[in-house]
Design a protein around this ligand. Structure first.
Ligand code: UT7
Length: 326
């Protein structure tokens, strides 16, 4: 049983926050942000827009492309670190918004690798025969957990969602492999200290000490990201008996242009085999790869039977790769 991506979709807030806007808010510059990260602007959710809002819109768009009705979906996996609520899962809210009445729905927490983890789980459900049609979504509203007084982090992140429909298939156009890894030894290099059971939102200290916001040791994360992305990319290639020259397009997690370029260089991939859009959206965590995949798909960049390599790295640490024969 093969596993085919039959539809892609994405959804982004209308509000754009540029580097020039950030210059008015904090001590930063377009020059610093551009040279250190490659980001020029990011999208920010408006009042009344939530993680579920973008997830449902991206999911609807992916289902429309696949020609799949909501009631046909067996499983909804929603990767996010910014759920609407601690519980119930945002996936259940999305199930309701979509009318996917026959689905099982759950959230998945693997930070920026969440979408690849979701693909990996979906692949196993389909190959085992436990599900036929699955919606995997990455959706984030990071602007609500970013400290807008912290220039080290607030310039990096953005909001949005991407989604794919996966279906059982007996053709060649298939997900060839997924690989996922975690290294919990570094959990505290990128995390949100407050609002969970350690530092509850009800504790005034959580607010007073700004624990509610995400925090990151950027330099350390950078080093592990480059090494980790290369490692998971090579695992995908090894598992399929392929070399970097066989890859048509690398779609990496969009965290930092320098991380992406270093990864591509280590793999020997030129920029024409690299898809990037972080200049427009910043780091949207679990949403970044499915948004990029949808854009590449709709731009006609993905040719039938081209080999796509998706690689992610994120908080946890978590790592993941997926190789697709498109
Ligand atoms: O998505 C999950 C994974 N996340 C990542 O992969 C992110 C990984 N990390 C990074 O992308 C980079 O480490 C950053 C973009 C976060 C930072 O870049 P860097 O080249 O590592 O800069 P740095 O942290 O070493 O900071 C250099 C200087 C510091 O000033 P001093 O101490 O040298 O005087 C910072 O205070 O840049 C300063 N700085 C800024 N200056 C202007 C930090 N943020 C800003 C800013 N504007 N926004």
């Amino acid at each position: 049983m093969n596993v085919r991506i039959t539809g892609t979709g994405s959804a982004l807030p209308g509000k754009i926050l540029t580097n020039a806007d950030l210059e008015q808010m904090i001590d930063t510059s377009d020059e610093w942000i551009t040279t250190r990260t490659g980001i020029k602007e990011r999208r920010i959710a408006a009042d009344g827009e939530y993680t579920s809002t973008f997830a449902a819109e991206a999911g609807r768009s992916a289902m429309a492309m696949a020609g799949v009705k909501p009631e046909e979906i067996d499983l909804i996996i929603l990767a996010t670190v910014t759920p609407d609520f601690p519980f119930p899962s945002t996936a259940c809210i999305v199930q309701d918004l979509l009318g996917a009445t026959n689905a099982t729905a759950f959230d998945l927490s693997a930070a920026c690798s969440g979408f690849i983890y979701g693909l990996s789980i979906a692949e196993k459900y389909i190959r085992s025969g436990a599900a036929q049609k699955i919606l995997v979504i990455g959706s984030e509203v990071l602007s609500r957990v970013v400290d807008w007084q912290d220039r080290n982090t607030c310039v990096l992140f953005g909001d949005g969602a991407g989604a794919v429909v996966l279906e059982a298939s007996d053709g060649d156009h298939s997900l060839l492999s997924t690989h996922t890894f975690s290294n919990g030894a570094y959990w505290n290099l990128l995390y949100q200290p407050g609002s969970g059971s350690r530092n509850p939102a009800t504790d005034s200290r959580t607010i007073d000490e700004r624990l509610i916001y995400l925090t990151m040791e950027g330099n350390d994360v950078f080093k592990y990201a480059v090494r980790g992305m290369e490692d998971v990319a090579l695992m995908a290639l090894d598992a399929n008996g392929l070399s970097p020259s066989d890859i048509s397009l690398l779609i990496p997690h969009q965290a930092n242009r320098r991380i992406i370029d270093a990864t591509a260089k280590r793999l020997g991939l030129d920029s024409d085999r690299l898809f990037t859009n972080l200049q427009n959206y910043g780091n949207t965590s679990s949403a970044s790869i499915p948004i990029a995949l949808d854009e590449a798909n709709r731009q006609g960049v993905l040719k039938p039977c081209s080999k796509l390599l998706l690689v992610a790295f994120g908080g946890g640490f978590t790592y993941g790769s997926a190789l697709i024969n498109w």
